[in-house]
Write a protein that binds this ligand. Structure first.
Ligand code: GLN
Length: 577
């Protein structure tokens, strides 16, 4: 169990930036020499995020050990440059499920199983397990104070404090200060109410981060100081910031790191060095040159608003790559359905330096995505295909280069004459006997790359080729490795790479030879237990950069360690420009 805990709670509204605040505090503490981990608590009853709608809830993040979890774990990984396991996302569903199972197994014999103490105890138990081996554990509580669903978790935090003493538990309230346009003045009332609601749970915030369109002024700071009964130096201004990675730097302008350490009775273990981080942030803020990228996806409007959150990791990975290549990346969101008429595609896509087709499910917009891929292939525009973006590139190639009319993925057309993307026989058997949820390829899988491929060059350049020991280590720390579909420990190879997966369909092995003979090369594959080779990477010969992967490399990209596939893509887009 960790020695110290930093609990981050949101006030006033959701979407106030708790995840980024938590990640930023983590980054700062890491710079002070501490070994950090972070846990996200989600008060919903879903067991995990796998069944949530990304267009409503934002992207589903996939952990290396195959968890489908809240996207905040993605923020933590991108800021902290570390891998977090699925157990770092706790949901109400998991807590109740465990307690009911325990009760049925007779683990509480004779006891009345009740909300208190059983629920908070199980929450604390999970936090202890997840924080094992770290100095400081950040705990972000999802939702907003005042939500009914939050109550068990706030109660658990109070118990944590009782068990480990107040010196070891720090509360940070991330609140919002609206500026109503008719008054033009920043208002503190909603924050006062959030503080009051927290107090009702016995929680008195140690630090208050005040989010808002503008910085906090002295008058407002004073008001909060009096209301929350804390010294004004612990009321921190957190105005809107376009570049997320600038936020830890902004916090450090108010010495947040030292304040947190002092409250936790800790001293710096080392002098923070943000120089590399600052350099990357500066490139993102004011790049010398920029590339225009078309991201062809599905964008659902919620009322009058359209959410771009469903591709957050892809957006971030493009930004990371740009930062390392001194290049700004302007992402243009193109609704795939609008590309269904190929005659219009030229007009809509001709101004872009690169095209991305990200992951997806179902038939909506698929023909538009296929048209975008054809356009990139024929016009030699750099193309990056991620998961569905690989599968549809294979469909496009089959139809338009190999003349397989009606070729498709069986996800869309069960009766296609050319099922170039299909469910493998072994998976069909699994699907027949187990439930649907167990049939996805989830989490990290290693692949053997072709030494002559473009992408191998970039994996090598960015130090991402793994040794056999590293791969074995990876699988060893993954408690679920044995349970996941098709995982097999690799043989010695000098081209091993690891990427995370989340999909059900695969390139149909029956067609591979045909593809390879015609210029669509298999640049990397995974080998299953039964010896079947799964296509992991494809490239097109003679194209400046047409690469696609069955994996989701966006889950292995952080600001300081960009993904080779994205790096290669931006590098090529930059050269084309
Ligand atoms: N729908 C495809 C599959 O299930 C691709 C999934 C994805 O892009 N994540 O295989």
């Amino acid at each position: 169990m960790a020695d110290k805990f930093v609990v981050v709670i949101g006030g006033v509204i959701s979407g106030v930036g708790k995840g980024i605040a938590t990640s930023s505090i983590g980054k700062i503490l890491k710079e002070f020499g501490y070994n950090i981990t972070a846990v996200k608590i989600d008060p919903y009853i879903n067991y995990d995020a796998g069944t949530l709608r990304p267009t409503e809830h934002g992207e589903v993040w996939v952990t290396y050990d195959g968890g489908e979890v809240d996207q905040d774990l993605g923020n933590y990984e991108r800021f902290l440059g570390m891998h977090l396991p699925r157990k770092n996302n706790i949901t109400t569903g998991q807590v109740y499920d465990k307690i009911i199972k325990n009760e049925r197994q007779g683990k509480y014999l004779g006891e009345t199983v009740q909300f208190i103490p059983h629920i908070p105890n199980e929450i604390i138990h999970r936090i202890k397990v997840a924080s094992q081996g770290y100095d400081i554990c950040l705990i972000e509580i999802g939702g907003t104070v005042g939500d009914y669903e939050n109550i068990p978790f706030l109660f658990a935090m109070k118990s944590l404090e009782k068990q480990f003493s107040k010196d070891n538990v720090l509360y940070v309230l991330v609140t919002y200060m609206p500026i109503p346009s008719n008054i033009g003045e920043m208002k503190t009332k909603p924050t006062q109410q959030a503080i009051k609601q927290l107090n009702e749970h016995g929680i008195f915030p140690d630090i208050i981060l005040c989010r808002g369109e503008k910085p906090l002024d002295t008058v407002r700071r004073k008001k909060i100081e009096i209301y929350a009964n804390i010294a004004s130096q612990y009321v921190i201004s957190a105005p809107d910031e376009k570049v997320l990675y600038a936020i830890p730097l902004n916090f450090e302008k108010e010495n947040l790191g030292k304040k947190v350490l002092q409250k936790l009775k800790l001293t710096p273990k080392k002098k923070p060095d943000f120089s590399k981080w600052k350099k990357l942030v500066n490139v993102i803020k004011s790049p010398d040159k920029s590339v225009e990228i078309a991201m062809v996806g599905k964008y659902v409007n919620i009322g009058e608003f359209s959410l771009k959150d469903s591709y957050i990791s892809v957006n971030q990975s493009l930004e990371h790559a740009g930062a390392h290549l001194d290049t700004g990346v302007n992402i243009n969101w193109i609704e795939a359905e609008e590309l269904e008429d190929y005659d219009k595609v030229n007009e809509m896509l001709s101004r872009y330096d690169g095209i991305v087709v990200p992951g997806g499910f179902g038939s909506k917009g698929v023909e538009g995505k296929i048209n975008a891929i054809r356009y990139a292939r024929e016009n030699k525009i750099p193309y990056l295909g991620l998961c569905y973006g690989l599968q549809l590139a294979v469909v496009e190639y089959a139809r338009n280069v190999l003349g397989m009319k009606g070729a498709n993925t069986t996800e869309i057309d069960k009766n296609t004459p050319f099922p170039v993307i299909d469910i493998l026989e072994s998976q069909k058997r699994l699907m027949a006997k187990s439930n649907y949820g167990n049939t996805m390829r989830l989490g990290s899988y290693c692949a053997y790359l072709d030494k002559t491929s473009y992408i191998f060059k970039y994996y090598k350049l960015l130090n991402r080729v793994k040794t056999i020991e590293e791969v074995h280590d990876y699988y060893r720390k993954d408690e679920n490795a044995e349970k996941r579909i098709g995982i097999v420990k690799p043989e010695e190879s000098s081209t091993l790479v690891l990427e995370r997966h989340r999909h059900r369909y695969e390139v149909n092995p029956d067609y591979i030879e045909k593809f390879e003979k015609s210029g669509l090369t298999i640049a990397g594959y995974h080998r299953m237990k039964d010896g079947v080779k799964l296509v992991e990477f494809i490239e097109i010969e003679g194209h400046p950069y047409f690469v696609a992967t069955q994996a989701h490399p966006e889950f292995e990209s952080s600001l300081e360690n960009p993904s080779p596939m994205f790096y290669g893509f931006i590098d090529s887009a930059k050269k084309i420009k």
